[in-house]
Design a protein around this ligand. Structure first.
Ligand SMILES: Cc1cc2nc3c(=O)[nH]c(=O)nc-3n(C[C@H](O)[C@H](O)[C@H](O)COP(=O)(O)OP(=O)(O)OC[C@H]3O[C@@H](n4cnc5c(N)ncnc54)[C@H](O)[C@@H]3O)c2cc1C
Ligand SMILES: Cc1cc2nc3c(=O)[nH]c(=O)nc-3n(C[C@H](O)[C@H](O)[C@H](O)COP(=O)(O)O)c2cc1C
Length: 767
């Protein structure tokens, strides 16, 4: 094949090498706009996995690259006058210039033709003379941008400003240095990549950048200002840029996240940064470029594949890996963009939050990297959780939490889950066993299912209720069992179905109206849940008074039944949620329109409930922190204001769920997918929160808690099939102080032994 590569970055060079290794008769030319030896940037970091990949692909170049690697283990985080050092991170890095030299030499050795000072124009007809044109022309690819529709280009210009500098100061650890200035926070990411040289990337928000006046400074002035700002880290060494002599490079940039729906068009194929970018803070751009190159060379040389099939396979095989990295990179980018949310943390927690920002590194990963450091974090967490009373080194999920005078034994909660099994609203033996079993299963706090304040407020005929004495007695039997046989606390979730009422049992069809015997429903406005559901009656002021009083009556009954806590359900499109979301609330009176208006009735109900509930007992509010509808619905920004408004009325905990407020929602699912909303409400509103949604491993819970993304962690579906989730987690983490029913002590010890044996056997297999 006759192939032209545009750009002699890692992607173009390594692709040419990989092609020649597979088939020496390919004719490959590389065109690079810059002269030899001139490049932007300083060092790049690699992972062990990338090293394995390049070693398998081309042992000769890998040998030279790895022999020149700088290695370092520690990460130092400088924050508010303290240095937090954690170890075991195992980085390897090399100068970008040196990497390119090695790759250029190898390419020449294999017979690749290299043309420097060769600016390529995508409109030039000569490209038609090649079988393939590899657009390895980097993040600002002209070849990609010449055909944006054909490639389906999606560019996201990120908020922060950064500049990629170098210095002769040698940093022994990967260093994050955060400085608070009169203009805002500014920070550096620095690491050594050669015996005498380090990368030094400076980053800040666009506002801070403008307040510093960087927009009006020359490159030299910017560098001088950064030297002054970071003087105490540089020990007299200067900062340098190598962007000034490059074509098309600027000093300060906004990172551009590139995604392309298609990676080829005609004979042009996108490779490396031209096809996709990953934020520099996860250091994976070069890895992606090299691995793209290996895969593309592989598929193009597979004899059984046509060119079309090869290109499609290239994209299919690479896009999953790219997507995973871009997701992690997005988390990491957002962490730096919302840095000020975390600057109230103590240095240790700030460092933990930083290390776990991309969700690729978890609590247990950190334990493997540096057990001693992680245990310092755990001790710190316990000390704070107990107001200095405990020096325990143990997983955060087992630390207690006090809300008003209620103290929960640990941070795991059983999330509210409708069981659709009551008759006339009365919980029965099923509920007795269901809640009893989950209480002795070790969770610190149990939520009841949405328990309805009136017969008409039920979702289905199987919903539990709290509107008569029979209900109080049945709930009291459950609550008494929980208190007598476990250390768990139990919270009554109260709700009203609104326009989503009068439907079948959950497993007979979600939100599907009854075949017969439907009762009239009401909501904020006459917006039906779906075309199949009833049109609700917009609530009159009289309806509002009646429903508010029903909630208050249910609170009093909850007190009589002995509940420890009350939650008001204002999420998921039910009655109170129908006021909060503009997608359901079309009112033109004082209860619709602005957020203040939409909040008015739910707050009134909450305040009335709070007044009826003892001052020493806590209350929470469950909200949908987004309607998954962009700016048309409740946004995460609004969710902070909603949380704050309920907190002002006496809510002690914001239970942060999301969605289910309209049928057209577009949720973005994934592990812990709703936790970012909890993080935001907790750290912007400074409120106690509970995270929920696809949290299923102890490691998730510990990471969320230690990073300060929530105060409690709720699990719903995992508890359906495993009432003993918390005890199992305790066995797995070898935590002995969990409240185990004495009857089950032997089983617990055996489970702990078996799990340890299994873990050891798996570790031995890995070795
Ligand atoms: C601040 C910063 C820090 C980074 N840190 C890391 C890190 O630690 N680890 C890591 O793996 N990655 C890192 N990266 C990302 C990494 O630099 C890129 O992902 C990687 O270089 C992509 O390789 P590439 O070959 O696709 O593109 P590039 O390396 O950008 O190469 C493209 C080449 O094409 C040439 N070119 C462009 N247009 C033309 C044209 N029209 N004609 C001729 N030549 C042209 C350019 O001059 C350039 O040499 C970082 C990026 C930034 C911005
Ligand atoms: C069977 C079932 C019933 C549910 N019922 C309720 C409910 O009554 N009240 C409520 O607020 N959420 C309810 N939910 C939502 C859960 O509390 C939780 O927010 C959701 O399932 C996400 O958590 P998970 O990924 O751990 O399951 C229910 C979920 C399930 C699976």
């Amino acid at each position: 094949m006759r192939i032209a590569c545009v750009g002699a970055g890692p992607a173009g060079l390594y692709f040419a090498i990989s092609m020649k290794l597979r088939e020496p008769t390919h004719e490959i030319e590389i065109f690079e706009r810059n002269p030899p030896g001139v490049t932007f940037g300083w060092g790049v970091v690699f992972s062990d996995l990338t090293v394995d990949n390049i070693t398998r692909n081309d042992p000769a170049s890998a040998k030279i690259i790895t022999s020149e690697f700088a290695h370092w283990d520690d990460i130092d985080v400088y924050f508010r006058g303290e240095t937090v050092t954690s170890g075991g991170h195992g980085f390897i890095g090399i100068g970008r210039k040196r990497l390119l030299e090695i790759l250029q030499e190898r390419a020449l050795e294999l017979g690749v033709a290299l043309h420097f000072n060769a600016e390529c124009d995508p409109g030039d007809p000569r490209w038609r003379g090649y079988d393939l044109v590899i657009a390895s022309d980097g993040i600002n690819s002209r070849f990609r941008d010449a055909q944006p529709d054909a490639f389906g280009v999606d560019v996201d210009v990120r908020a922060n400003k950064f500049v990629w500098l170098g210095t002769s100061k040698v940093f022994d650890a990967f260093t994050f240095a955060f400085e608070e200035t009169e203009h805002g926070w500014i920070w550096a990411h620095a690491y050594r990549f050669a015996p005498d040289c380090s990368t030094f990337i400076v980053e800040c928000s666009e506002d801070t950048w403008a307040r510093f006046g960087f927009d009006r400074m020359s490159q030299g002035e910017s560098i001088a200002a950064c030297e002054k700002l970071f003087a105490r880290y540089l020990d007299g060494h200067s900062l340098q840029s190598n962007a000034s002599h490059l074509v098309g490079s600027a000093a300060w940039l906004n990172f551009r996240r590139i995604k392309c729906e298609r990676w080829s068009s005609g004979n042009v194929i996108l490779l490396g940064d031209a096809a996709h970018t990953a934020h520099f803070s996860i250091g994976s751009g070069t890895k992606l470029a090299l691995e793209d190159a290996i895969k593309l060379a592989d598929v193009l040389n597979r004899k059984s594949l046509s060119l079309e099939a090869a290109l499609s396979e290239y994209q299919v095989e690479r896009s999953l890996e790219v997507l995973k990295l871009q997701n992690s990179a997005r988390n990491s980018t957002e962490w730096f963009e919302t840095l000020e949310r975390y600057t109230h943390f103590e240095p240790l927690q700030f460092a933990y939050s930083l290390l776990t920002r991309s969700q690729r590194i978890s609590h247990e990963n950190l334990r493997l990297r540096d057990r001693e450091w992680l245990e310092t974090v755990e001790r710190w967490f316990w000390k704070r959780a107990t107001n200095g009373g405990s020096n325990k080194t143990a997983p955060p999920m087992f630390a207690p939490l006090k809300l008003r005078e209620m103290e929960v034994e640990n941070r795991i909660t059983v999330s509210p889950m409708a069981m659709y099994s009551a008759v006339e609203g009365t919980p029965n033996d099923f509920h007795f066993v269901h809640y009893g079993e989950r209480a002795i299963g070790g969770a610190g706090l149990l939520f009841t299912e949405m328990t309805c304040v009136s017969p008409e407020g039920r979702i289905s005929l199987g919903c539990t209720g709290m509107w008569n004495d029979e209900h109080v007695a049945a709930w009291k039997r459950i609550v008494d069992f929980v208190h007598a046989n476990s250390k768990a606390k139990i919270c009554l979730q109260l709700g009203h179905s609104g326009g989503k009422g009068s439907t079948k049992l959950g497993w007979e069809g979600n939100d599907v109206p009854l075949d017969e015997g439907n009762w009239p429903v009401m909501a904020a406005s006459d917006v039906p849940w779906s075309p199949a559901n009833q049109v609700p009656r917009p609530m009159t002021r009289g309806d509002m008074d009646m429903v508010r009083d029903q909630f208050v009556a249910a609170v009093r009954m909850g007190l009589e039944a002995g509940f420890d806590m009350i939650e008001l359900h204002a999420a998921h499109g039910y009655l109170l949620s129908s006021f909060l979301t503009p997608l359901q609330n079309r009112r033109t009176d004082g209860y619709g329109g602005s957020l203040d208006n939409r909040l008015r009735y739910p707050l009134e109900v909450f305040a009335a409930m709070r007044a009826a509930w003892p001052g020493d007992k806590p209350m929470s509010i469950r909200i949908s922190a987004t309607d998954w509808a962009g700016d048309d619905g409740v946004t995460p920004d609004e969710a902070v204001l909603i949380g704050e408004a309920f907190a002002r009325e006496g809510a002690d905990l914001i239970d942060v769920s999301a969605g289910q407020t309209w049928v057209g929602q577009q949720p973005v699912y994934g592990r812990m997918f709703q936790t970012p909303f909890s993080d935001r409400i907790r750290n912007e509103g400074r409120l106690a929160t509970m995270a929920v949604g696809n949290i299923y491993e102890p490691d998730h819970a510990n990471s969320i808690l230690a990073a300060g993304r929530a105060d409690l962690v709720a699990l719903a579906r995992p508890h359906l099939v495993d009432p003993f989730w918390t005890l199992r987690a305790a066995a797995q983490l070898d935590y002995r102080d969990v409240a185990i029913p004495p009857q089950y002590l032997n089983g617990m010890a055996q489970l702990a032994r078996n799990l340890k044996r299994e873990a050891d056997a798996t570790a031995a297999l890995r070795v």
